[in-house]
Design a binder for this molecule. Structure first.
Ligand SMILES: Nc1nc2c(c(=O)[nH]1)N[C@H]1C(S)=C(S)[C@@H](COP(=O)(O)OP(=O)(O)OC[C@H]3O[C@@H](n4cnc5c(N)ncnc54)[C@H](O)[C@@H]3O)O[C@H]1N2
Ligand code: MOO
Length: 406
């Protein structure tokens, strides 16, 4: 009976980083195409945002001394000398006892010392406005560069651009971004029981989950995933698909068949290649132990466990770390939370546990979400996961843990 000779996570990462070093080139993409890409250079703002003083509300620009005593019972009458228009320069300067109508977002007069909201103003006629409320100095004015300063470093090299970032970049007049080139990753699901997306459920067959989760996980980290049609548990089928993927991809991920069952063909398929080398056969992690790491023609080929939860965790905890190392990113991103459960684990394997984050007594807390490795719904609902060190025997209620959020 074959038993796995498992390798620790640190050793696995060392092997991957040494064997599959790559110089990742940089390319320029349009702002919209920079979503979910790692930037290959720092990005600075071209401009101040806003680049002109503007009003936060619909109201009247005023001088502070004119209105600071104004109230409903003691209103102040000001002369309306102009209006500011959206998108236009306002050159008018305020003088004592004057005001300028300023809609939300329009430029305020250069010497404006605040904007009184229209709700607190009564229009007596075209020229006279009754101000019925005071304001603080410069209230309701957005100052030049208040949001973003010209030349401010917005994002550092290695940052992954998200949906909010592209808004920041658009507002900062950035049109093109330097990002790391995408590596192409082939996804091959294996198993007699696996149905492709177009096939309906029949017999004891199941729909392919792994290919789709893998696709999403890879897409989110600057990679170009290709889903190949699934392969039966047939050595030749798997070999042929690997050959095709070797021609088209930089990395190949094969899910299923990495364990010890009699139909588990991934290892045999890998070993059938002349230029192949199996580097890791089993990792000291839970879930995800039956993971294979191999080299075929100097390309990384991973045999991932078929169970969806295990497959997804190997990508989160191992593969993503390797990919980040290619972009020279060593920053760990996590949220510290108090663990609210007494969890026991066996020593010897690093363990990953999905968690949900909540708040208790103004503290961030997390609760573990338990599910079998064959399931996926609970995992999809987790806010993130924690890693429990190989040598620990568990975590106690009240311990502070790092939550790696999704
Ligand atoms: N006797 C033992 N049995 C198992 C062991 C073991 O050590 N001894 N390890 C278990 C662990 S842990 C895992 S994880 C799985 C890994 O199995 P394989 O990688 O060989 O994968 P399969 O046997 O092909 O499939 C396992 C399971 O996952 C389902 N599956 C496979 N591919 C997909 C897919 N693309 N989408 C959705 N579900 C998929 C498959 O139908 C099976 O139910 O082995 C344990 N067994
Ligand atoms: O380790 Mo398996 O990878 O738990 O299901």
């Amino acid at each position: 009976m074959k038993l796995f000779d498992v390798t620790t996570v640190d050793n696995v990462l060392e092997i991957m980083k040494n064997k599959f070093k790559k110089d990742i080139m940089s390319e320029k993409v349009s702002l919209i195409d920079s979503l979910n890409r790692y930037i290959s250079d720092d990005i600075k703002s071209n401009i101040n945002v806003p680049h002109f003083r503007k009003s936060l509300v619909d109201g009247y620009s005023v001088l502070f001394n004119d209105v600071f005593l104004a109230s409903e019972s003691n209103p102040v009458c000001l002369n309306k000398i102009d209006e500011s228009y959206m998108g236009k320069i306002c050159n008018t300067l305020l003088e004592e006892e004057t005001c300028v109508y300023t809609p939300t977002g329009a430029m305020v007069p250069k010497n404006s010392q605040g904007v009184v909201m229209i709700e607190y103003c009564e229009v007596l006629n075209e020229k006279e406005i009754l101000i019925q409320n005071s304001i603080a100095f410069n209230e309701n004015i957005v100052e030049v560069g208040e949001d973003i300063k010209e030349n401010e470093v917005l994002y550092e090299k290695g940052h992954l651009i998200n949906e909010r970032d592209i808004g920041v970049l658009a507002g900062s007049n950035i049109k093109e971004i330097d990002v790391y080139e995408k590596l192409t990753v082939g996804i091959i699901s294996t198993g007699d029981e696996i149905l492709d997306i177009s096939e309906d459920i029949k017999e004891a067959k199941i729909k392919d989950i792994n290919a789709y989760i893998l696709y999403g996980q890879l897409k989110n980290i600057n990679l170009n995933p290709i889903i190949y049609p699934s392969a039966k548990d047939n050595l030749n089928d798997i070999i042929n698909l690997i050959k095709k993927a070797l021609n088209e991809c930089d990395i190949i991920l094969i899910s299923g068949g990495s364990s010890v069952g009699k139909k588990d063909e991934t290892l045999k398929a890998i070993e059938s290649f002349e230029n192949s080398e199996v580097l890791v056969e089993g990792i000291a992690i839970k879930p995800g132990k039956p993971t294979i790491i191999a080299n075929i023609c100097n390309k990384l080929v991973m045999g991932l466990p078929g169970h969806p939860l295990s497959c997804a965790f190997v990508i989160e905890a191992i593969f993503k770390q390797y990919i980040k190392s290619l972009y020279n990113i060593d920053k760990e991103e996590y949220t510290l939370c108090e663990f609210t459960y007494n969890y026991h684990k066996a020593k010897g394997r690093e363990e990953y546990l999905g968690v949900n984050i909540g708040k208790k007594d103004n503290k961030l807390v997390c609760v573990p979400i338990f599910s079998k490795s064959s399931t996926i719904k609970q995992f999809a609902k987790c806010d993130g996961y924690i890693k429990i060190d190989r040598d620990l025997e568990g975590i106690k209620n009240g311990d502070i843990v790092k939550v790696y959020t999704f």
